[in-house]
Design a protein around this ligand. Structure first.
Ligand code: ATR
Length: 281
């Protein structure tokens, strides 16, 4: 679709943004649906994030995605924060409703949609072990809590951060911090194990956050990393009879949910998936 005088503009606020697949993914989706939208990437200096948000209002953008390092910093500039985004403490999608800017988080819901669609898991009553306690862990943990999982166990390098997240989660469901020596036991009777750290991400593809001996066949192992598509952790999961779930679907679905917030229409998720996969190859 040509850009015209009535095109609605959306985009990405990040730093850097040059390697993002979001413009490609969203523009393909808009074209597929014949929508008069265009998606651009904006590399915003952290010192100028307030100006960038003011720019959304001044220029009348329909909305933006927000990525590293701005997901927390944008929050004070918004008019409303969706309750889940408030719990998570980070915004990855902004919608401009007639100059009212509303912040959402589609990372966690995108993860849940990807996981349930791709593995068929019934989350209700699950015991879940999460590796990591940063922003991605928060998005996943609070979104899983909404799906009535039974208990969340946190394994993290630094204990303090895990303690803080466990304490916040405890208001909603049983949440505990696992000592490093207890990791094997914690995983042994979990049904879902999720890596939210960057351990195993390109170029450190030989690294794994979890030892092979701790994996088992009754486990679904999720890795939020999507480069590489199959991390060492996921390869070890398959070798040990577990089900492997890649972070690729989370990326696609956080985008699909943002598309739905901006356009009010179902996203062409399959087309989005294919478009990004082709670009990665
Ligand atoms: P994100 O938004 O991607 O979650 P983050 O908020 O910086 O990023 O959190 C990164 C998480 O991965 C943290 O839990 C971090 O552990 P610490 O709390 O101890 O810093 C974890 N992490 C990152 N690199 C790691 C590594 N090499 N080994 C173990 N944990 C790591």
């Amino acid at each position: 679709m040509m850009i015209t005088s009535t095109t609605k503009l959306v985009g990405l606020l990040g730093h850097p943004v040059g390697h993002s697949f979001s413009p490609l993914m969203h523009n393909a989706a808009f074209a597929e649906k014949g929508l008069p939208f265009a998606y651009a990437a904006f590399d915003v200096d952290p010192a100028r994030i307030g100006e960038a948000i003011a720019g959304i209002r001044a220029l009348g953008l329909r909305g933006v995605n927000v990525t590293i390092p701005h997901k927390v910093a944008v929050m004070p500039y918004l008019d409303e924060i969706d309750p889940l985004a408030a719990q998570i403490g980070a915004v990855n999608t902004i919608v401009n409703e007639q100059d009212k800017l509303i912040g959402y988080n589609t990372d966690g819901p995108g993860y849940v949609r990807s996981l349930t669609e791709e593995t068929g898991i019934n989350l209700q009553g699950q015991t879940v072990t999460i590796v990591g306690a940063g922003g991605a862990a928060r998005a996943v943990a609070f979104s899983l809590a909404k799906q009535q999982v039974k208990e969340i166990r946190l394994i993290n390098r630094s204990r303090a951060k895990a303690e803080e997240l466990a304490e916040q989660l405890s208001a909603i469901l049983p949440a505990v911090v696992v000592e490093a020596e207890q990791s094997k036991e914690a995983i042994a009777n979990s049904g879902l194990l999720i890596n939210t750290t960057s351990v195993g991400m390109y170029p450190n593809v030989a690294d794994t956050p979890i030892a092979a001996e701790w994996l088992h066949r009754d486990l679904i192992v999720s890795d939020l990393i999507y480069n590489p598509f199959k991390t060492r952790l996921l390869a070890l999961a398959e070798e040990n009879g577990a089900t492997a779930h890649s972070g690729f679907g989370m990326f696609i679905n956080q985008g699909a949910l943002a598309f739905e917030l901006w356009t009010g229409l179902d996203a062409p998720a399959e087309l989005m998936r294919k478009t990004v996969l082709d670009a990665l190859r």
